[in-house]
Write a protein that binds this ligand. Structure first.
Ligand code: DOR
Ligand code: ZN
Length: 382
């Protein structure tokens, strides 16, 4: 499949940070403004609290539809987009474009997707296997039940975004992604060879290899947290609910494979934070929610990884070029600037331990951000 947007030349000031080079405090890194190809912006008070963090860094974001009730119609998605823009207010909404997704259910009429795409509302549709994660109960139990929907998406060129985990309780939670590839993803790609598919938030070496070896029909997003933590992190010094997300973090060898994939320059891999905020009380509970809130420091988090891998020269492609190319959208024109700091210095800026966010509903809204208490090497300048 031809990529509609040609590759953009790498910026000269990024080339300075090529393999083997490292940055010193005060040095700047200019990047084409990135997009977030997978984010949960929620609704109501939570939306008000979190949306600005995403809009500050990213020009566009693929917004997940797993609200209650899920976003299954053009009208619901259009109204949700309005609420997102309203939450940003007139000063900030100019440059930020939420890209809306439809939540696939077994009762969805394919005509709804055709209309939603034609009206410029739907950019993609999301497949949640029923029971796989937060608000997925109305998702898909049997892929055969959405055959006409998938045929329609293939025909009209609407990308399918997949939460790639089997829900079979017999399958160990750490194996659910790898088993999904064999049982569902491989047959799906073969059955609908013209369907563009994004394997979201991949967490395993098996997924990284599968995506790299499959043609341009398939791409994958990689989160910052799966590049930083492994499954040991969940139990480091005690139970760490802030590192619990789905798909769950895997063994170290998988984290290293994801780092290689993200920094490889392969256009099949691009940025998708899967930032998924839950109130602190809902995370630190006897049955805590899955999701990591990484939005406020997302690009800094990725930059730390790319620097550690000696691949800062590949960050712009991963964050700003590969996603639009896959979706057939133009790359952004403006830029962001990151500045190197010495994380060990006394005046290094650190990620707050908690974020107390204003809630119009009145109830305090406390979120624990990813990297809480850490100083990251790169800071996004305003
Ligand atoms: O950890 C997760 N949280 N994974 C998902 O797939 C959904 C998300 C959420 O919506 O909280
Ligand atoms: Zn997600």
């Amino acid at each position: 499949m031809a990529h509609p947007v040609p590759a953009q030349p790498t910026r000269a000031n990024s080339v300075a940070f090529g393999p083997g080079t490292s940055a010193s405090p005060g040095q700047q890194l200019h990047l084409r403004r990135p997009d977030d190809w997978h984010v949960h912006l929620r609704d109501g008070a939570m939306l008000q609290a979190v949306v600005a963090a995403t809009a500050r860094q990213f020009a566009r974001a693929i917004v997940m539809p797993n609200l209650t009730p899920p976003v299954t119609t053009v009208a619901a998605a259009a109204a949700y987009r309005q609420r997102i823009l309203a939450a940003l207010g007139p000063e900030t909404d100019q440059g930020f474009h939420p890209l809306m997704t439809a939540y696939l259910s077994e009762t969805l009429d394919p005509g709804e997707l055709v209309r939603g795409q034609a009206e410029g509302v739907f950019t993609a549709a999301k497949l949640y296997p029923a029971g796989a994660t937060t608000n997925s109960a109305a998702g898909v139990r049997d892929l055969a039940a959405i055959g006409p929907v998938l045929e329609t998406m293939e025909r009209i060129g609407l990308p399918l975004l997949v939460h790639g985990e089997v829900t079979d309780p017999e399958v160990d939670i750490f194996d659910r992604e790898a088993v999904f590839i064999e049982r569902h993803l491989q047959p799906l790609l073969a059955r609908y060879p013209g369907l563009k598919v994004v394997f979201e938030h991949i967490t395993t070496a098996e997924a990284a290899t599968f995506v790299a070896e499959t043609g341009p029909q398939l791409a994958a997003t990689i989160t910052p947290h799966h590049l930083h933590i492994n499954r040991n992190s969940l139990f480091a010094g005690g139970l760490r609910p802030d590192f619990y997300c789905l798909p769950i973090a895997k063994r170290e060898r998988h984290r290293l494979a994801l780092r290689r994939a993200a920094t490889s320059g392969d256009p099949s891999f691009f940025l998708g934070t899967d930032s998924a905020p839950h109130r602190r009380q809902a995370k630190e509970a006897s049955c805590g929610c899955a999701g990591i809130y990484n939005a406020p420091f997302a690009i800094e988090s990725y930059a730390a990884v790319f620097e550690q891998e000696g691949a800062l020269d590949k960050l712009e492609a991963f964050a700003s070029d590969h996603g639009p190319r896959f979706y057939g959208l133009p790359p952004n024109r403006d830029t962001i600037t990151l500045e190197r700091q010495d994380p060990a210095s006394e005046d290094a800026k650190t990620v707050p331990l908690t974020l107390e966010l204003d809630s119009e509903a009145g109830a305090p809204l406390t979120l624990v951000p990813f990297h809480a208490g850490e100083a990251l090497p790169w800071r996004l300048l305003a």
